[in-house]
Design a protein around this ligand. Structure first.
Ligand SMILES: [Zn+2]
Length: 580
């Protein structure tokens, strides 16, 4: 959206003007990816038109430009806060040298990512901080290191800088995908804080794989970037022959080429996850392959399954545009369809978070959640068959839906639904009060299979209103409860859980269980997704934790992304027992 001349004034206040959103110029990918004539490849992202203070500091993001390595604080712009000064700047050197642009780039991409989550989920989304602070602190030049990470403890996302192969300083805060990736970690932690606890190998991989998906689709939504990838297969008139628009060609000639650009300079930070994901051949063997037990590598399987579904959907979207008739298509049209497919898949991927168990996630759970999330909002999927394509793509990697009772792979309504008691459950309280929900669990603990010996608590109650592009309105309340039970290793067998060979009998083993209850607009349970603390799944989880060394030493309560990302820099080197 073009910025109007009104925004150039210091006095312009979008809140007072009641403008709902504003566009900010950001880099489409990173400074190494240039457009025609070596010019900066920028794009515009739209974020809520909020009141801003110097930073930028808004109601959810506070950019604090403090450099711990140099013990220096870089002052933010104090005036003209609402002006996008970079809309027409195409000199990449100028953008790289301008710290104010760095600050704008991280603010706008982080806010746009937050906006994407809120829009997909149909409700405001909180950060995962125990202080319940409304603002995520973002440090664009936090330290001199080839790293970037989210930290729940410091309620921040930190971006490092380092000297690249070219000898120039590389700023991770200028990589669109790195900013989106780190913001996705922070958002996912706000939605599912137990996903950072050591668990099944899939759960550890999920945080990384999901953040990579958000990063990739956020960048793919920028048509400018996709058009750059299409340049090699377009003729002088910007037309592309239909034979160059099939799955293999788009995979090899376009997406692979684009994925290679991820981290050309920042490969220390990014690793090669996205490039690997694009070309990873579908096979059920990867899940058990020794290399794919490490969280980042395993995350590539999830990304590969969804990226390859994206490619198929992109092809399907091009057919009615002319490829089914052998017509050549304009570059802009091909890029537009990529952006549309990326945008829709990103929303499905985010919306699926609401249909996941709160603990002990597996890729199969996520597949059922994806299918359920889309089915709820788009019952008719016949046009492009997103769900069938996702199902087939995951199957190619040996991932079957966790809900196997129905052919579409979505979650089933709970079999115990008819026996549930709703006494004392008032609809308004159900939408907001954890104690009301705890009473519901209390009254229905036997029906829902809630363990009496475990400590049970309701961890979130989230009403949401989702609207499909067809105008369908979906009102749901998402409730999570978590159960904890600490037992000695020698007690595991009595619980029906296999004790890993070699685990000392007096080792304290924490068992986590719990469920997600999805209530419909009438306050009735639609889905109950989760596992109990004594479920058979615990055997695989405990074995996985034992193999990862979780019982060998004092293991923190959560994953630390600084370490995880540093390990990614090293290519996942090291013994698997050192991963947690
Ligand atoms: Zn990460």
């Amino acid at each position: 959206m073009a910025t109007t001349s009104r925004t150039r004034s210091d006095k312009y206040d979008p809140v007072a003007q009641d403008v709902p959103t504003r566009s900010w110029t950001v880099l489409a990918q990173d400074p190494a990816v240039l457009g025609a004539g070596g010019k900066a490849l920028t794009t515009q992202v739209r974020v809520p038109a909020e009141r801003l203070e110097a930073g930028p500091k808004g109601h959810r993001i506070h950019v604090i430009d403090y450099d711990a390595t140099r013990n220096a604080y870089y002052k933010p712009r104090e005036t003209d806060l609402y002006a996008d000064r970079y809309e027409n700047v195409r000199d990449i050197a100028k953008l790289v040298k301008d710290p104010y642009f760095h600050q704008q780039n991280v603010y706008a991409i982080a806010m746009a990512t937050l906006g994407e989550f809120q829009s997909a989920l149909g409700r405001p989304v909180s950060w995962g901080f125990t202080s319940l602070a409304p603002q995520l602190k973002v440090a664009p030049h936090a330290f001199a290191d080839a790293n970037a990470y989210y930290s729940r403890e410091s309620e921040s996302v930190s971006f490092g800088y380092f000297t690249g192969d070219s000898g120039d300083t590389v700023f991770t805060c200028l990589s669109h995908d790195i900013v989106a990736h780190e913001t996705a970690h922070a958002l996912l932690d706000g939605l599912r804080k137990f996903f950072l606890r050591p668990s099944h190998a899939d759960q550890a991989a999920f945080h990384e794989g999901f953040a990579d998906l958000v990063a990739l689709f956020s960048v793919l939504k920028a048509k400018e970037w996709v058009e750059l990838g299409l340049a090699d297969i377009a003729d002088r008139a910007n037309l592309i022959k239909s034979r160059d628009l099939d799955f293999e060609s788009l995979q090899q000639n376009v997406l692979f080429k684009l994925a290679k650009q991820f981290g050309r300079e920042q490969s220390f930070v990014r690793g090669d996850a996205l490039r690997h994901s694009v070309t990873l051949a579908p096979s059920p063997a990867w899940l058990d392959h020794v290399d794919y037990q490490e969280p980042h590598k395993r995350g590539e399987i999830l990304v590969a399954a969804i990226v390859q579904a994206f490619l198929k959907i992109w092809c399907k979207r091009l057919q009615p545009r002319g490829t089914d008739r052998g017509l050549s298509l304009n570059c802009a049209v091909v890029a537009e369809e990529a952006a549309a497919a990326a945008s829709e898949l990103l929303r499905i991927a985010i919306r699926a978070l609401d249909y996941l168990p709160p603990v002990d996630l597996t890729f199969s759970d996520y597949l059922s959640a994806l299918l359920t999330a889309d089915l709820q909002l788009y019952p008719d999927d016949s046009k492009y068959d997103y769900r069938g394509t996702l199902l087939a793509s995951f199957k190619g990697f040996g991932i079957l839906p966790a809900s196997q009772g129905r052919p579409d792979g979505a979650w089933d309504p709970p079999p115990e639904a008819a026996q549930l008691r709703y006494q004392g459950l008032h609809f308004e309280q159900l939408q907001q009060d954890p104690n009301t929900l705890f009473r519901f669990l209390w009254e229905n603990r036997d029906v829902l299979g809630i363990d009496r010996d475990a400590f049970t608590r309701v961890t979130s109650v989230r009403p949401c209103v989702r609207v499909s592009s067809d105008g369908l309105i979906l009102r749901e309340t998402i409730v999570e409860y978590v159960q904890t039970l600490r037992v000695f290793a020698h007690e595991l067998n009595a619980f029906g859980i296999e004790c890993p060979k070699g685990l000392p009998a007096q080792t304290v083993v924490p068992l986590y269980g719990g469920g997600t209850l999805v209530f419909d607009e009438f306050g009735r349970v639609k889905f109950h997704i989760g596992t109990g603390v004594r479920s058979k799944r615990q055997s695989a989880r405990i074995q996985s934790l034992y193999e990862l060394g979780a019982f060998n030493r004092d293991v923190g309560e959560q994953t630390h992304f600084a370490d995880l990302h540093r390990r990614r820099m090293l290519g996942g080197a090291g013994h698997p027992q050192e991963q947690w």
